[in-house]
Write a protein that binds this ligand. Structure first.
Ligand SMILES: [Zn+2]
Length: 242
């Protein structure tokens, strides 16, 4: 392979690497966006679950109150019945006993009434928490939807950019020798989208380790593809390829 050929190949690889780097970075962004959205959605779902729990609690309280109200009604009926019986009682002793019985039912009745009032107070507290939760939830939902819209729009833009880059890639890649392209693409996958790097000073532009003078000489000779001994990326000298 002649000097020009290797230099030409490196030039093509530089153009390819620029495209591939951008494709890699966009793919990373595309991976991160849904993670971020999912976190937001999870947060939102958690709040919804909290609200459902409060709703369940309120329902249980309402059922318990129905029972208390049933008790109260039964107690009122007992009192009315006992009062009606009073007029038919003949002896003082029986009369006193009936009065005592009425007093006792009245005491039960007033306990029921108290519990019912307490239950209304407790329900008010739960209702207040619910309305606060609902407000938070509405706000979270709004934020999530706005964010999702932004993310969806950005995903479309990024995907279109990838298509554009892939189109450019298709026109350059066939100009690189099959074997070189194969090795380049393998490194690309293994080295996070960076297969071709310039030597900067005497350091590899990929792993920043020292590149020995002998290797730099090999690159200058331009008769083969030279790899970093440490990270195995393809090396080139910036001034040579410009
Ligand atoms: Zn290296």
């Amino acid at each position: 392979m002649s000097d020009t050929t290797i230099n030409e190949q490196i030039k093509k690889l530089i153009a390819l690497q620029e495209i591939d780097r951008e494709i890699y970075e966009i793919r990373q962004q595309l991976k991160e966006n849904p993670i971020y959205l999912n976190e937001m959605k999870q947060n939102f779902e958690d709040k919804k679950a909290d609200l459902n729990e409060l709703e369940e609690k309120l329902k249980k309280m309402q059922v318990a109150r129905k029972t208390l109200e049933g008790d109260l009604q039964a107690q009122e009926e007992l009192i009315a019945k006992a009062n009606a019986q009073l007029s038919q009682i003949k002896t003082n002793k029986e009369y006193t006993a009936k009065l005592t019985e009425i007093e006792s039912i009245k005491a039960d009745k007033s306990r029921s009434e108290e519990k019912i009032l307490e239950s209304y107070d407790d329900a008010d507290i739960v209702k207040e928490s619910m309305s606060k939760e609902k407000e938070v939830l509405t706000e979270e939902e709004k934020k999530y939807n706005e964010q999702k819209k932004k993310v969806d729009a950005s995903i479309t833009t990024l995907e279109n950019r990838i298509k554009e880059l892939e189109g450019q890639r298709v026109s350059i890649a066939p100009e690189v020798e099959k074997e070189i392209l194969g090795r380049y693409e393998k490194i690309l996958v293994n080295k996070e989208g960076l297969a071709l790097v310039p030597v900067k000073g005497s350091a590899c532009g990929g792993c920043y380790m020292n590149v020995p003078a002998q290797i730099i000489n090999e690159i200058k000779m331009s008769n083969k593809i030279v790899y970093c001994e440490i990270c195995a990326r393809i090396l080139y000298l910036e001034e040579d390829s410009q």
